[in-house]
Design a protein around this ligand. Structure first.
Ligand SMILES: [Cu+2]
Length: 136
């Protein structure tokens, strides 16, 4: 094979590996904040275009990593599916937020990441952990 053929083969292999990683691994632990489609969703919740991410709370946060845009508000909707005392509070130390999460209810926390970086959120005892990743 010529060097050019090797390059094509290598690029193709890398692309396949990336696709596999993207769909089978990256999806599992990460959610990207997306503006829910306004048209056609019916009823128009009046969220004002703020992207929402649903996070299940059950022995941890799922997904535990949420991506958002710098300088733009994002709504994290915590859906607490347990009564374990551990997860009854959600804390965003960087934003000075501490909220009670009633069991089997959804609690919305809205934050605006001020800069690129990682912002942790935890339970009231810092045992359960999640991360809000702010990107450009
Ligand atoms: Cu805890």
């Amino acid at each position: 094979m010529t060097p050019a053929e090797w390059a094509v083969l290598a690029a193709g292999t890398a692309a396949i590996a990336w696709v596999n990683w993207y769909f089978f691994l990256a999806e599992r632990g990460t959610a990207v904040a997306a503006v829910s489609a306004g048209a056609g969703s019916g009823g128009g919740g009046g969220s004002g275009g703020v992207p929402e991410v649903a996070i299940a709370v059950k022995g941890g946060y799922s997904p535990a990593t949420v991506r958002a845009k710098v300088g733009q508000p994002v709504r994290l909707v915590f859906d607490r599916q347990e009564t374990s005392g551990c997860s009854e509070e959600i804390v965003f130390p960087d934003f000075g937020i501490r909220k009670f999460l009633p069991a089997f209810q959804k609690t919305t926390v809205e934050v605006t990441p001020p800069a690129v970086g990682r912002y942790e959120f935890t339970c009231g005892m810092s045992m359960l952990r999640g991360t809000l990743v702010a990107e450009e």
